[in-house]
Design a protein around this ligand. Structure first.
Ligand SMILES: [Fe+2]
Length: 220
């Protein structure tokens, strides 16, 4: 039987540096308790962000890896197929976030899909939710260079009438958005059924996020 992975002790070798899947200084903060949404901030991003960006932008050019959404940017599919140590690290960090949220071992969780979103000027993501999964995770790799100072440029937001955090005036009536600030290295997790979107992005440089949908392995 293979040994269980302890996410707090297991390290991944990234170009000669051993990086913990879940470093002890990772700050996890509750965004809202209803629904349960959390953000985690990784502080060792200088050790893997540049190569991860480079790899995504390289794969983005290849038709077999990239789905070009008419509005909403390019989707570079399947983190586990990117074949770099940096990709393996961030893939495991996302799985580790989900396994902690549901109180399971990392071996019990499965990503139903994963992709990087590369957005350019005027791209946005229409409101949607995800099927066949429990929770979704989004990682901010590169926020780009936003132009507007209204705080909404390229911003991720949840807008769901089932979420009390969106209905602060009257139950079931959306009058607010749950829109956590996302610095580079921040990862958020939220229930997949919640309707979410990304506000239009106006920067000149690519904005890059990575997303996963997770469920539990059968029998877990
Ligand atoms: Fe989504």
């Amino acid at each position: 039987m293979s040994k269980k992975i302890d996410i707090h002790k297991h390290k991944i070798n990234v170009r000669g540096k051993n990086l913990y899947i879940w470093p002890s200084d990772t700050d996890v903060v509750e965004i809202t308790d209803s629904p349960m949404t959390y953000t985690a901030l990784f502080t060792d991003i200088e050790k893997y962000h540049d190569k991860l960006k480079e790899r995504i932008l390289e794969l983005e050019k290849l038709e077999e890896h990239t789905h070009r959404v008419r509005i909403g940017g390019n989707k570079v599919r399947y983190v586990h197929e990117w074949e770099t140590a940096e990709a393996k690290l961030i893939d495991m960090r996302a799985a580790a976030f989900f396994c902690q949220a549901v109180g399971k071992d990392i071996e019990d969780v499965v990503a139903t899909t994963s992709w990087a979103s590369v957005s350019r000027k005027h791209d946005y993501l229409a409101a949607h939710s995800h099927t066949d999964c429990i929770a979704s995770v989004v990682y901010m790799l590169e926020p780009g260079n936003t132009k507007n100072d209204n705080g909404l440029d390229g911003r991720f937001a949840i807008i769901d009438p089932r979420a009390p955090g969106c209905c602060t005036v009257e139950e079931g009536r959306v009058t607010s958005q749950i829109s956590p600030s996302m610095d580079p290295g921040s990862m958020i997790i939220f229930p997949s059924e919640l309707v979410h979107h990304v506000h239009p992005y106006t920067g000149d440089e690519p904005r890059i996020t990575i997303a996963w949908n997770f469920k539990l392995r059968e029998g877990a």
